[in-house]
Design a protein around this ligand. Structure first.
Ligand code: NAD
Length: 496
């Protein structure tokens, strides 16, 4: 077995043949995107299935589930060594192809930043794998009991547009490390890069481990393929990563679902904070991949006594300030606000065309001149502003003055919407930290760092691209995707 899996000629030939085959089949053009999930309006436009070497890419959901089930059986036979090898293959391929795959994902989705897309793929190396699974043991006068973390079988995973290949790769590592096979329904606007990575992963797995279709994916995902996967009896567990719509759909599916849902992380800056460090961290986290991260700093509440100094620190560290008129122009373009309701409308509709765009692009829309390379825009708003209350995923962070910590915590709680996702505080007062943590009850709570520290980037711990918030599993690991099985030996086997 080679330690350096790479895209080989036969794979490229397969992909070219597959694409030519598809082009020659009539009526294969995808229909226009529909509704919030971005699925094709006409699923019947999906081409018929059939290809000599699929490498995990399927047109038909039930065929994808069946193939994954066969692969799961093979993985069971090949044991833990095969799981370890798959983990190694995924990590190596993501690292080796980070620059190219980052570019391909950016070209398809047109959201985010190339440098961070590359960094995310390289960071897949730190995702926990097989080594994370250690059985629990009980030993006593009555013998020995072992609790093992066993696989479910086939897991269905739904991935977001914001990090398509990284989420897919991370889910595969976690799920296969635990002994499962996976069927993916990717976001329609990020499904080509997901299918491309799936082919490359499967080619290497097939070549080096001898298992076909361990990862399967629907080439043109639709709501129908989502429903077909959810209702397929071979699928034992769902893992969805996305906004409120998919979380609701998964919870209504009747299957057990691990849901990595939306966030709108507030940041609180109090007078005891290191203001320069707080500003630097807000820029680092809020500008990361143009604020596409679900954990990213989305709004800042600052105690009024240090507000001016904090705003100045943001400027000194390279963020560009928008004035009230510029914020109003940007808001008009970024949200469709119902007539007469102003920007304080509780549910303005996000203009997805601005999601994940560069700060300089947003500045042009706002009518502001900012230096080339500016990573983050900021400006003062009130606490009921659309940019505060909506998960906007743009590199513009609103800053709100609050009179004291109590008001800042209360406003943070409103902005976080009880998603219980992520919150951040910059403070050196432990009573403030504790009060905010207790009030918001978020899955991730960062003190004196950027959001990415919560996932092992500048903080301790490991990363995942699926942070299970409403269902409570937290940062997902191989253990998340296991069934606990107990094996009991009575009176014997203990060695003393
Ligand atoms: P999205 O909700 O539009 O799509 C996510 C996935 O769900 C896609 O595959 C999409 O096709 C599917 N989907 C959407 N609505 C559906 C429905 N009704 N039925 C079936 N499938 C449906 O989200 P997005 O824009 O791709 O990603 C951004 C969102 O995801 C943000 O809300 C962000 O906070 C969240 N997110 C959360 C995490 C986490 O770990 N908690 C990680 C990444 C992104």
């Amino acid at each position: 077995m080679s330690n350096q899996p790479a895209v080989n000629e036969s794979l490229i030939r397969d992909i070219v043949e597959e694409v030519l085959g598809r082009l020659s089949r009539a009526g294969a053009a995808p229909a226009s995107a529909s509704a919030s999930a971005g699925f094709p309006a006409n699923p019947s436009a999906v081409p018929a299935s059939g290809s000599a070497r699929r490498l995990g890419v399927f047109q038909n959901a039930n065929e994808a589930c069946e193939a994954a089930h066969q692969a799961y059986r093979q993985l069971q036979e090949k044991g833990v060594a095969a799981r370890r090898r798959v983990e190694e293959i995924i990590k190596t391929l993501c690292f080796q192809n980070a620059a190219e795959w980052g570019r391909i994902e950016l070209e398809e989705t047109k959201i985010g930043r190339l440098d961070h897309k590359i960094e995310k793929l390289k960071g897949i190396r730190a995702v926990p794998g097989v080594a994370f699974l250690r059985p629990d043991a009980f030993s006593g006068d009555h013998g020995i009991t072992l609790e093992e973390f066993a696989p479910f079988g086939v897991i269905a995973a739904i991935t977001p547009s914001t990090h398509s290949i990284p989420t897919l790769a991370c889910n595969v590592i976690n799920m296969v490390a635990a002994g499962n096979a996976v069927v993916f329904n990717a976001h329609p606007s990020a499904c080509r890069c997901a299918a491309m990575a799936t082919r490359v992963f499967n080619e290497a797995i097939q070549r080096e481990v001898g298992i076909e279709n361990l990862i399967t994916i629907i080439e043109q995902p639709t709501l129908e393929s989502f429903k077909a996967i959810c209702s397929n009896e071979l699928v034992k567990l769902l893992c969805v990563t996305g906004g409120p719509g998919v979380v609701k759909a998964a919870m209504q599916s009747g299957k057990r679902a691990i849901c990595a849902g939306p966030g709108n992380p507030p940041v609180l800056v109090d007078p005891t904070a290191d203001l320069n460090r707080a500003a630097r961290d807000v820029i680092l986290g809020g500008a990361y991949d143009n604020n596409l991260l679900c954990i990213g700093e989305k709004e800042v509440f600052v105690i009024s006594t240090v507000a001016d100094a904090f705003l100045t620190a943001l400027e000194k560290n390279g963020a560009a300030r928008l004035n009230a008129g510029q914020i109003e122009r940007l808001t008009k373009e970024a949200f469709n606000v119902a007539p007469g309701q102003g920007v304080g409308c509780p549910h303005p509709i996000l203009n997805k065309d601005l999601v994940g765009k560069d700060a300089t692009y947003l500045a042009r829309i706002a009518g502001a001149n900012v230096p080339a390379g500016t990573q983050l825009l900021f400006g003062e708003t009130d606490a009921s502003h659309a940019f505060v209350l909506e998960e906007q995923m743009m590199p513009f962070v609103p800053v709100v003055r609050v009179k004291d910590v109590a008001e800042g915590i209360a406003a943070s709680k409103v902005a976080e919407h009880n998603y219980k996702h992520t919150a951040i505080i910059h403070s050196h007062d432990v009573t403030h930290m504790t009060a905010m943590a207790r009030a918001l009850e978020t899955t991730l709570f960062v003190k004196n760092g950027p959001c990415v520290a919560a996932l092992g980037n500048g903080g301790e711990g490991y990363p995942s691209f699926s942070i299970a918030t409403p269902t409570g599993e937290g940062v997902t690991t191989p253990k998340t995707f296991t069934r606990v099985r107990r094996c009991v030996m009575v009176d014997n086997l203990r060695i003393f």
